[in-house]
Write a new protein. Structure first.
Length: 245
């Protein structure tokens, strides 16, 4: 059963909550807004608001989920934030290794720290590793993950803030694209999306288009549900395939 509205995953797991802004994509962070709301509601996990916080008690949660799930790790944070101790990251990956019936999706903007971590640690076969590429300044993150020995390496171009130009997609197994939502959302242009899709299609890489966001395909601002997720009248929400899964 899906327990999250994030369409490219089935469940979220947050052994870490909170973060700090790192690049342009962080400007209107949905997790920060949600954390403040949960703090105001008295949710104990968010007592410190959006301050990076580890949750030892959350490490055991996936063991109780008996049905296999695709699990987005740290949807409310970044596991490779500089304030998260390596010893705690070790514990997170220990849980991942001990629950092989799940597939874990780890997405970070701190791709350099993730790459350094895996110089001395094995990557579990059930862990997908991804990085966010929202603008041309962040394209270098692809180099950080390209050579990692993960079963799936993916890019999240969300929120897509500008045309990314020509990308080197060698070693990349999946690409997600999406526009920004919210009252201060920045527009995403159709040609930026099509540019990525053409390159992904040429490499026969699965392409997942999540949404247009607050600004529609026609450049009109409206409710994101009305703007939808169609490209030329079609939905493209492809998932990577792993042999044996």
């Amino acid at each position: 059963m899906r327990t999250t509205k994030i369409e490219w995953t089935e469940r979220t797991w947050n052994p870490v909550t909170g973060c700090t802004k790192y690049s342009a994509g962080c400007e209107h962070c949905y997790a920060e807004t949600m954390s403040r709301r949960l703090q105001a509601m008295g949710n104990q996990k968010y007592t410190d608001g959006f301050k990076p916080t580890i949750h030892e008690d959350a490490l055991i949660e996936p063991y109780s989920w008996k049905k296999p799930n695709r699990i987005f790790v740290c949807s409310m944070s970044d596991l490779f934030h500089k304030d998260i101790p390596v010893k705690f990251i070790d514990k997170v990956f220990h849980t991942i290794e001990e629950t092989p019936w799940h597939t874990y999706q780890i997405l970070t903007k701190r791709s350099g720290r993730m790459a350094n971590y895996f110089k001395t640690h094995e990557i579990p076969s059930n862990a997908w590793l991804g990085t966010t590429v929202e603008d041309t300044k962040s394209i270098s993150r692809i180099e950080d993950i390209r050579s990692l020995k993960a079963s799936i390496k993916f890019l999240s171009c969300e929120p897509l803030l500008e045309d990314l130009g020509i990308l080197n997609l060698e070693g990349i197994d999946w690409v997600i694209v999406g526009g920004e939502s919210g009252v201060a959302a920045r527009p995403m242009k159709e040609e930026w999306v099509i540019n990525i899709k053409k390159q992904v299609d040429n490499k026969e890489i699965p392409f997942f288009f999540k949404q247009w966001g607050t600004w529609g395909q026609d450049g009109v601002r409206r409710n994101k549900k009305l703007n939808g997720k169609l490209i030329d009248g079609k939905i493209y929400q492809e998932m990577p395939y792993i042999y044996g899964k």
